[in-house]
Design a protein around this ligand. Sequence first.
Ligand code: SF4
Ligand code: SF4
Length: 67
Amino acid sequence: MSHRIRLEQCIGCGLCADECPRWAVVENNGVYEILQRKCNDCGRCAEVCPVNAVIVNKNRTSETPSK
Ligand code: SF4
Ligand code: SF4
């Protein structure tokens, strides 16, 4: 499980997508979602989201290289 976005809270600002180093955040019908297989749980999206729409994965695995 990686970071996720609460679609009902997302305002579609795109800040998380700009910040994501792995291009894991994609726009979908005006809101954004995180591609689970790309996200490495770095947490940057959660830090920049102005409405706290990102659900943080507590089991961060950013130290582990992931593809
Ligand atoms: S936790 Fe990091 S890798 Fe995952 S979607 Fe957010 S910014 Fe991208
Ligand atoms: S930063 Fe937050 S509100 Fe903005 S697109 Fe990402 S999840 Fe949605």
